[in-house]
Design a protein around this ligand. Structure first.
Ligand code: GAR
Length: 196
């Protein structure tokens, strides 16, 4: 399928940037058509603007209906796949209802371990280091109405060394995230993996 991607990001947007860069350097049927952030001054928004991509600030602090606003944006740009890239808010149920099996997320651990409510960002890496795990990694999964619970589409591992800390682990995982997200999108665009 030709992917018209809507990306949701809250902070740095390094995954967003990696997706954009890989699309430029590869012959793929994927276009990032809209970027939404709950954070008006997020670096993700700046990155998208710099690339000439439509950006939107949608936040429960400025609207009573985040879901409706998102749907409006997705329809306007004919989005057929939504990628969460460091999006730290819950997806409104309206969006889940209208885009079943069309929303994917990247999680900085090997799900089903170290997922669920409260497990995001550095908290995940801290929990993994505290548990003395031998490895970690990243997971791309379909988003449903439970945290980090939908079908796993792709995963990649990293080895944890004795001197790794949550900070060094986060950096290692981010490197593989930047490859994994695009590789998974490419597999979807080429119909090599399915969204159900
Ligand atoms: C990434 O490590 C991503 O896996 C994580 O936030 C970071 C965002 O980085 N997402 C979650 O923890 C979601 N549960 P980025 O803004 O630089 O792409």
């Amino acid at each position: 399928m030709k992917i018209r991607l809507g990306v949701l990001a809250s902070h740095g947007g390094s995954n967003l940037q990696a997706i954009i860069d890989h699309i430029k350097n590869n012959d793929v049927q994927i276009e990032v058509v809209a970027v939404i952030s709950n954070n008006s001054d997020s670096f993700a928004i700046l990155r998208a603007k710099k690339e000439g991509i439509n950006t939107y600030h949608v936040s429960s602090k400025t609207t009573t209906d985040v879901g409706k606003q998102m749907i409006k944006i997705f329809k306007k740009h004919q989005v057929n796949l939504i990628a969460l890239a460091g999006y730290m808010k819950k997806i409104p149920s309206l969006v889940l209802e209208l885009y079943p099996n069309k929303i994917i997320n990247i999680h900085p651990a090997l799900l089903p371990k170290y997922g669920g409510k409260g497990m995001y960002g550095m908290r995940v890496h801290e929990a993994i280091i505290n548990a003395n795990e031998p490895y970690s990694g990243a997971t791309i999964h379909i988003v449903n109405n439970q945290y980090d619970d939908g079908k796993i589409l792709n995963q990649r591992k990293v080895v944890i060394e004795k001197d790794d800390t949550a900070t060094t682990l986060a950096a290692k995982v981010l490197v593989i995230e930047h490859e994994l997200y695009f590789d998974t999108l490419k597999l979807l665009a080429e119909d090599k993996i399915m969204l159900q």
